[in-house]
Design a protein around this ligand. Structure first.
Ligand code: ATP
Ligand code: MG
Length: 587
């Protein structure tokens, strides 16, 4: 077997988008661009003039919600592809809908992209910065007889639009002349008309089999305050018109979006080709490529549904650790590395599919298994008393911080007469194959001593209140002769003295079904009532110093993170990010 070349960088998995880029680079498609005198933002023009062949992608969220794991896929694809080709990815806010957008969303989106590990340098743009250019271009469409002001009602417009199988019909206002259209459009901008009185439409083809080409509306009147342009505008451009022009103004080479925009691509190309014909844009123009959006089992990713979960308080907020938002995953304990690994593993394709949640969980396990320090946590504590251990005597035990990384050293913790163990690690009547504590049986207290169970105490209701054992004094882990004791059970424990009593939140999936809301189902009725269980656990004393966002593997339980918001110095609160796939050891 040949050895991989250890100097070579791991080559990212190929995909159809990379094939397109490779072909464009081979043909020199973009190197031939003429860049002078273009109307776009200075930073984009300067960069393109210096290096015309450079690949330019963009990530264009609308600031009307928090980013979710689907956006993370798009971010990794856009920023990652640009980086692999030595190109740039622009961060662009597609902020054309003033009533739904907000600065709070802008801030959180920037923060999430940065947290995922990507940067945009000086390439931070807003579609709203292009409003003036977009307006001028719309005037150019009118002047060339390719746009008109329409004044029919929304109902009439719907009727005339036709259906998927039947062509549309022309509006009675379609024949307005250039002068009248220009005058009306300028008066729309000047604020002379009420919302909905008029719209500006492209004049393409009402008979087109593609509904997007049936004279799409490109401007509407909306007397609304915009989070960036304030009250400067009362007409706002529509997404399809804005998006392709924004790409062109920024010299984007490959405009990568999700499959539902496939039918919009003819319009994307039509608008840009016409503007190039008018001399407003230079060729070659950007092109749109579509990939399948991410769907994940046990998850909803529609913004509308996520907003509803937050607003109706089914969860505690956008950053609730059960939310599929990037801020939610972050609080849950997911790392940027794990989300990037996930994006890499699922790849990009043109086929819609639903990805198993376990793939995402495995990515987190893989990342944390390699680097999370180990620690002991007793989540359902019951007291264990070592009857032959002298009162007041405390000894030190140690364990590796990480089983495969001796360089990380050892962690130390006390052992004394009274310990906390898991309630399920003791039973009076052991089923077959149970090797943990039951009267007469011996187990090893992991990293400590071998003890023999001699009985238990119960309260009046029959609940066990303490387990009693005797220690084998010559069995301490790591001392000569300790392994002469052959025991099958190996349980974890925390010394009662010095134990940290902390809140731990055991998170599970937010929905009980793999495809919430599918068919006629109401996804709100499919919320998992046990998606979080808050408990008080007893933890290894050193965890007192855990800082917000420190991750640990609690042995036998899973990966946990000190909560970003609720942890206080000396009093961390832990979230379970994910369980262990296999419980360690054989009990
Ligand atoms: P809406 O349609 O409500 O605006 P959106 O999820 O499309 O919601 P955008 O802010 O427009 O939100 O998305 C920004 C970018 O992220 C777009 O390029 C979009 O294609 C991409 N994106 C959104 N959802 C997913 C998803 N589930 N998988 C992959 N990419 C996605
Ligand atoms: Mg969108």
């Amino acid at each position: 077997m040949s050895k991989p070349d250890s100097n070579a960088a791991p080559s990212p998995a190929s995909n159809f988008i990379r094939n397109v880029i490779d072909a464009d680079l081979a043909k020199g498609t973009y190197a031939a661009r003429t860049w002078s005198g273009r109307p776009g933002p200075a930073a984009a023009q300067a960069g393109a003039a210096k290096d015309p062949a450079r690949i330019r992608t963009r990530f264009p969220p609308e600031p009307n919600g928090y980013l979710h794991i689907g956006h993370a896929k798009s971010i990794c694809l856009n920023f990652g592809t640009a980086a692999d080709y030595g190109g740039v990815c622009h961060m662009r806010f597609d902020d054309t809908n003033p009533t739904k957008e907000d600065q709070e969303y802008v801030d959180s989106i920037l923060d999430s992209v940065r947290w995922l590990g990507f940067g945009w340098g000086e390439h931070l743009f807003y579609a709203s910065d292009y409003f003036e250019t977009l307006f001028r271009f719309a005037e150019a469409f009118i002047e060339h007889g390719l746009a008109y002001v329409d004044s029919i009602t929304p109902e009439q417009m719907r009727e005339l639009r036709g259906t998927l199988t039947e062509g549309g019909k022309e509006s009675p206002y379609r024949g307005r002349n250039v002068a009248e259209n220009l005058d009306l459009f300028r008066r729309m901008r000047a604020g002379e008309f009420a919302d909905g009185a008029h719209v500006l439409r492209l004049k393409i083809d009402m008979a087109s089999p593609n509904m997007n080409m049936r004279d799409p509306v490109i401007y509407r009147i909306r007397h609304a305050h915009h989070h960036r342009t304030g009250d400067d505008w009362c007409i706002y451009p529509m997404y399809d018109y804005t998006h392709c022009i924004s790409d062109a103004l920024e010299n984007i080479t490959h405009s990568i979006c999700t499959l539902e925009f496939e039918d919009h691509r003819p319009l994307y190309d039509w608008v840009l080709e016409k503007l190039a014909d008018f001399g407003q844009l230079a060729r070659p123009l950007p092109h749109q490529y579509e990939f399948a959006r991410l769907n994940l089992t046990y998850t909803v990713l529609s913004k509308r549904k996520l907003i509803q979960l937050v607003e109706e308080k089914h969860v505690q907020g956008w950053d609730d650790p059960r939310m599929p938002t990037i801020v939610g995953y972050r609080r849950r304990g997911y790392t940027p590395e794990s989300l990037r690994l996930f994006a890499e593993r699922i790849g990009v394709s043109k086929e819609n599919s639903i990805i198993e949640m376990t793939i995402l969980e495995d990515c987190l396990r893989k990342d944390l298994d390699e680097r999370a320090p180990r620690a002991t946590a007793v989540l359902d504590p019951v007291r264990l008393v070592i009857d032959n251990w002298p009162e007041g005597k405390v000894e030190e035990c140690d364990a590796p911080v990480h089983p495969h990384k001796p360089e990380l050293g050892k962690r130390r913790f006390p052992i004394g007469r009274e310990l906390w163990i898991e309630r399920e690690d003791f039973t009076e009547t052991p089923p077959k194959g149970y090797f943990r504590l039951f009267p007469g049986n011996m187990v090893r207290l992991r990293y400590g001593y071998v003890v023999k169970c001699i009985g238990c105490d119960k309260d009046a209701g029959g609940t066990i209140t303490a387990v009693h054992c005797e220690v084998m004094p010559d069995s301490k882990s790591g001392t000569p002769g300790a392994d002469t004791y052959k025991v099958k059970g190996n349980i974890h424990w925390v010394c009662a003295e010095g134990a940290l009593d902390a809140e731990v939140r055991l998170y599970d999936r937010l929905f009980t079904v793999s495809a919430p809301g599918s068919g006629d189902a109401d996804y709100l009725k499919q919320i998992n009532p046990d998606s979080v269980r808050v408990i008080r656990a007893r933890l290894e004393p050193s965890l007192r110093d855990a800082k917000p966002e420190d991750c640990f593997q609690f042995e036998r339980h899973g990966y946990f993170v000190a909560d970003l918001l609720d942890s206080k110095p000396g009093a961390p609160v832990f979230n379970r990010a994910v369980t262990l796939k296999d419980s360690w050891g054989k009990n």
